[in-house]
Design a protein around this ligand. Structure first.
Ligand code: PRX
Length: 658
């Protein structure tokens, strides 16, 4: 782990919103006591437009017998008013969204006034369809402004949105609709990325053929590519027809601070993806305030977060955080390699982007193509860079810093999770020299701890599991339909703490480095997949009996997926069957679940009680055949040799093919 640090330029420090001293003072004040923390958050809540100001700030207990997380509980507000209406007073014509289409010839600028009008029209139309406060609405959308319009329109009328990433399969979409019992789905005819079409509406039709999706009355379809798609007369309605005659005024629903805002499904270490529930007042206060701090936001910033709206980053830091601050947010429909790998640089120049927030996996894939593409652009508008989603390796950090940012722009490495709602660890720019690969410091009001496997809190430089000992307004409130699982997953491992599922190292300067997941969650290209979820998709293929899935090192994706599979007797292991199994898994979950290595084995290493020893498989998938640790609990240690043979042969073949 490198300890090399990069001081900030004097120019950046001089213009930064926060000084090192301010950070240190504010941070200490924000965590000094629960009273001090409430005072801090009461001040931050002043940045929100409330219908009724909260008089109570926090009411939190992590004690399982008396568990509660409430923030601003008697406050009333509407998030769309905070993201839209209040900016109309001073800045109606400022761009809210700059949309860059898949093809470089297409872009669109939507002002706050225009966005407000469209959100109101859709809000009115949804109300006429019978959607009320508390109803769930599933969004399955490409990266087009209508996706943000739909989120904000839900917020306007108090409906709870559940955005499902457009890259997920019909099955994954269907399962999320079943769990949320959505009344309405909003989608587009097709998605368009890298000139490839995704059959979004066809997937919705397939999902709605699944048992348990009968809650859905209507499907609103945005016209994106114009290719012909099946429309069912009773159920499906075109977006433009629906909102055409609607008024640009829509009375915002009065929401209690603790009313739900959205559900977002994410993978855990066991079972099906869980619906992470975020509420209104705490979430928007946290989104607004962390966005302003971490990205050092100025009025004239043009900010581009490359995340899809299907992920939490696309919620908090593409949509709600920027819009609540009145910041122009850039939305890109396409992919970094289309038409060429120079695209990202061209977009930066075209829209004069000042802050760029992206994922290490995207940085690594651009880096692999060499510097020439990036150097086609001058990128002089950039002043700050950010990363999120996975640990960034020092080479990628260096390249991002020197080549993309021209050595001028600090990098904020931001650590957080779907569950946390917003960033918890990051170097607030201007306050600290950067260490490549470190998420550095806690944000205001956050008390991180490094704990060992016995739950002992470690002091000083330490390595262990990351837990948070207090609450913050943006924290998730429950798992939809499964509060017990919520308590079990996050609050039982270390009683009195929120357990993150990540490992962390705290160095001698007190800075935090995230070392990766310590549970059975894979972080593939910055996206979460549960090993259990991938295994059950492999198991569902008719040729397989059992599978074990583990992560493996991968140059671009950070973590790749390795599957060890036992076939039914009579099935023959060959390349065709393997690609068939891979196709099946991608169909069940979506292309992000691509299997990077498939090993057909006779047996899996299991303990006498039948538990798969994944630790061993992780080592083997990484090509480590010796030093496998204690094998004494294995029911039959001879299986290891057979697996090693299979892995060696496969890896050799792959090497020859490369
Ligand atoms: O393992 C951590 C990793 O991503 C996980 C959260 O994934 P998700 O809920 O999909 O949210 C991703 C975007 C916030 C974490 O448990 N992770 C996220 N950011 C970082 C990170 N790992 C290292 N460094 C980061 N900056």
């Amino acid at each position: 782990m490198t300890q090399k640090s990069f001081p900030l330029t004097a120019e950046f420090i001089a213009a930064a919103n926060t000084t090192a001293e301010q950070y240190a003072n504010n941070y200490q004040q924000s965590i000094a006591s629960s009273k001090a923390s409430d005072n801090f958050w009461a001040e931050r809540a002043e940045w929100i437009d409330w219908f009724k100001k909260p008089t109570k700030i926090s009411d939190v207990s992590y004690d399982l017998d008396d568990f509660r997380i409430k923030w601003f509980e008697d406050g009333e507000l509407n998030i769309s008013v905070n993201c839209l209406d209040r900016h109309l007073r001073n800045n109606p014509y400022k761009p809210a969204i700059i949309w860059e289409g898949d093809h470089p010839s297409q872009h669109k600028i939507v002002s706050f006034k225009e966005l407000h009008a469209e959100v109101c029209r859709l809000g009115n139309a949804m109300r006429k369809l019978g959607i009320k406060k508390g109803d769930r609405v599933t969004l399955y959308m490409p990266m087009i402004p209508e996706a943000m319009v739909a989120m904000l329109a839900c917020a306007r009328i108090g409906a709870v949105h559940s955005v499902v990433f457009g890259g997920f399969s019909a099955d994954s979409l269907g399962n999320r609709i079943i769990d949320s019992q959505s009344k309405l789905v909003i989608t587009a005819d097709e998605g368009l990325r890298g000139n490839k079409h995704t059959p979004l509406k066809v997937n919705v039709d397939r999902a709605l053929d699944m048992d348990g999706t009968q809650s859905v009355d209507k499907v609103i379809v945005v016209h994106r590519t114009g290719n012909s798609i099946p429309m069912s007369g009773r159920r499906d309605v075109w977006y433009h027809t629906l909102i055409g005659g609607e008024s640009e005024h829509c009375e915002p629903e009065v929401m209690n601070a603790e009313d739900p805002l959205f559900l977002l499904y994410t993978s855990g270490s066991t079972g099906k993806p869980k619906g992470v529930l975020h509420t209104t007042g705490g979430y928007i206060t946290y989104a607004l305030s962390t966005f302003r701090d971490v990205f050092d936001i100025k009025d004239d910033d043009v900010y581009w977060c490359t995340a899809d709206v299907g992920w939490i980053t696309g919620h908090t830091y593409s949509t709600y955080g920027p819009l609540a601050n009145g910041t122009t947010t850039v939305m890109f429909e396409g992919v970094p390699e289309y038409p060429t790998w120079a695209r990202v640089g061209h977009i930066i120049d075209k829209h004069k982007i000042s802050v760029l927030y992206t994922a290490p996996t995207a940085i690594r894939s651009m880096m692999k193509e060499g510097d020439t593409f990036v150097r086609e652009s001058d990128r002089s508008s950039l002043r700050l860079l950010g990363t999120v989603g996975e640990p960034i390796n020092p080479e990628a950090w260096d390249w991002y810093y020197h080549v993309v940012g021209g050595g001028r722009c600090p990098i904020v490495d931001t650590w957080w999770q779907t569950e946390t709602g917003g960033i918890l660890l990051a170097p607030i720019p201007g306050t600290v020299a950067l260490k490549p690969g470190a998420a550095m410091n806690p944000l205001y009001g956050i008390k991180p701890e490094v704990v060992d496997s016995d739950g002992e809190v470690l002091e000083g430089p330490a390595e262990g599991n990351l837990a948070i000992s207090n609450s913050w307004p943006g924290q998730m409130r429950t798992i939809y339909n499964d509060h017990q699982r919520f308590l079990q997953t996050y609050f039982t491992e270390y009683p009195g703490y929120y357990f993150t599922g990540d490992g962390a190292h705290r160095d001698e300067d007190g800075h935090y480095w995230i070392t990766g997941r310590v549970d059975d969650v894979l972080n593939v290209s910055g996206h979460r997949l549960g090993t259990a979820e991938v295994e059950s998709a492999v198991d569902a293929h008719p040729a397989t009996v059992e599978a074990a899935v583990v992560g493996m090192p991968h140059d671009i994706r950070g973590v790749g997926i390795a599957a060890f599979i036992i076939l039914r007797s009579g099935e023959v292991a060959n390349e065709y069957l393997k690609s068939e199994i891979n196709r099946h898994v991608r169909n069940e979950i979506g292309p992000i679940a691509n299997l990077n290595a498939i090993y057909i084995v006779d047996a899996l290493p299991k303990t006498r009680s039948g538990k798969i020893m994944r630790r061993i498989l992780r080592n083997l998938a990484a090509g480590q055949y010796v030093g496998l640790g204690d094998l004494s609990t294995l029911a039959d240690s001879s299986v290891i040799n057979q697996i090693i043979e299979v892995v060696k042969v496969e890896r050799e073949q792959n090497r020859n093919q490369c």
